[in-house]
Design a protein around this ligand. Structure first.
Ligand SMILES: Cc1cc2nc3c(=O)[nH]c(=O)nc-3n(C[C@H](O)[C@H](O)[C@H](O)COP(=O)(O)OP(=O)(O)OC[C@H]3O[C@@H](n4cnc5c(N)ncnc54)[C@H](O)[C@@H]3O)c2cc1C
Length: 423
């Protein structure tokens, strides 16, 4: 069955997914003068399982998109840094604004519920000229005689199918990207990388939540706690996939039981109320074997998402969307197929240069949190070396280049016996 046309005839770029990666890609390409159509199976505003913190450097992309003021006016909480509690109670505390010689566009991170943030990002894309169609799910790709992608197949809410042609398709459709799977590039990172699932909800009345995001690492997973404005606190519990079986059919009970077992958290939640359903998502540790194919590019989680511990997915999605635009534009301009493919393939190299160091840091931290003795040791060292803690928090905040903490000197100091505090 065919449904009435959903797209303007001349749409040349189709962006699948209207999350941060889709909105930023659409904004960047529309700003370059291309006709852009965003398709999302959801209708906005919608919730998304996420801890909802944006690193300080994300504000630079928000500013470029012309939406930073809107995000701040929407009541985003401001985060000054991070506090990490190791399984034995040791504390790592780092500030975004620190004396390490690096400065971000803003010295605070922002935190705002995705049902408020994502529509603002999409408004930025629309103001640049992109169009958005909601409630439209992409289920397959259209290919030409060479096998190159030249459009998508969509299904609307009534189940009607339609083919929409495009000169370029951007897969920004998240962790379980249909575009990535149809391109045959979707892959999971295997051993030794952990595969985890998350349970996320919003609470009111949690005691002692301040201007620092909190991560509590336990032997059976970790929980992130952060103010997201409007009197709400985001609580995101992340556990190994095997543990998630305990939640079968009762995610809310699982969250309540998990929090109640932590002596440092239970009293803080005693008078608090959960105000949104518990959303479960995962497993993560997914990475496309490459972020391009003839006629298509991938951005955001569709290309790579390792683990939420370092909380940088939104920045990577926004920056990834911005990053792909010149390569997409080169491909759209190219006269022959060879030149088109070279332009698209060059995007992969740019991603490695931009994100390669961060990928390594994310993998090291994301894997270390599964080893309690390592986390306890790191907390003792970093608890005594605030300069090192600030540097590490600066890397996770996209302020400090990843190479600063990948230097052998930093890693040796991290693993060496901790310094004694001065009496
Ligand atoms: C538990 C958890 C906590 C996290 N915490 C943080 C954090 O604090 N800070 C941070 O920066 N990052 C965090 N992240 C990561 C962050 O959520 C993602 O990296 C980010 O949302 C990626 O954006 P995206 O646009 O690539 O994908 P998404 O935000 O997932 O958007 C994808 C969009 O595509 C649409 N879509 C999907 N399939 C189709 C289809 N077939 N057709 C049409 N539309 C489709 C979806 O409806 C959705 O709107 C967290 C992730 C998890 C799981």
């Amino acid at each position: 069955m065919t449904v009435p046309s959903l797209a303007p005839r001349a749409a040349r770029v189709i962006v699948v997914g209207g999350g941060p990666a889709g909105a930023a890609s659409a904004w960047a390409l529309a700003s370059l003068g291309h006709e852009v159509l965003i398709l999302d199976r959801a209708r906005f505003p919608r919730d998304k399982a996420c801890a909802e913190y944006l690193s300080p450097q994300a504000s630079r992309v928000l500013h470029a998109m012309g939406v930073l003021g809107d995000v701040e006016r929407a009541g985003a909480a401001q985060l000054a840094g991070m506090t990490v509690r190791a399984p034995d109670g040791g504390i790592i505390h780092g500030e975004f604004a620190a004396r390490h010689g690096f400065t971000a566009f803003r010295d605070r991170g922002l935190a705002l519920r995705r049902r408020r943030l994502d529509p603002i990002l999409l408004d930025g894309a629309r103001r640049a000229g992109a169009q958005l169609r909601e409630g439209v799910a992409v289920h397959d790709l259209e290919r030409n005689a060479h096998g190159d992608v030249c459009g998508v197949w969509v299904r609307d809410a009534q189940g009607g199918a339609q083919r929409l042609r495009a000169d370029l398709v951007i897969g920004a459709d998240g962790l379980r990207s249909v575009v990535g799977r149809r391109l045959g590039v979707a892959a999971h990172l295997g051993w030794p990388f952990p595969r985890r699932v998350a349970f996320v909800a919003h609470w009111r009345g949690v005691q002692g939540v301040g201007a620092h995001g909190e991560m509590h690492v336990e032997r059976d997973g970790y929980v992130g706690i952060a103010d997201v404005g409007h009197g709400e606190v985001n609580v995101a519990i992340v556990v190994p996939r095997g543990r998630a079986r305990d939640a079968a059919g009762d995610a809310a009970g699982f969250m309540d039981r998990w929090l109640a077992r932590r002596p440092q958290l239970a009293p803080r939640f005693a008078g608090a109320a959960r105000v949104t359903p518990v959303r479960a998502t995962g497993p993560f540790a997914a990475r496309a074997t490459r972020a391009w194919a003839p006629g298509a590019l991938l951005a955001g989680d569709a290309a790579d998402f390792f683990d939420p511990f370092t909380g940088e997915g939104i920045y990577a999605a926004l920056r990834g969307g911005e990053l792909l635009a010149p390569f997409a534009a080169d491909a759209l301009r190219a006269s022959g197929r060879g030149a088109r493919l070279r332009a698209l393939a060059a995007y992969d190299g740019a991603r490695r240069r931009e994100f390669g160091g961060k990928w390594l840091v994310e993998r090291l931290i994301g894997t270390a949190v599964a080893v309690p003795a390592l986390m306890n040791h790191a907390a003792r060292t970093l608890g005594a070396r605030r300069d090192m803690a600030d540097l590490l928090v600066g890397v996770t905040g996209d302020i400090v280049p990843a190479r600063e903490v990948l230097r052998p000197g930093f890693l040796l100091r991290l693993l060496a016996p901790p310094l004694r505090r001065a009496p």
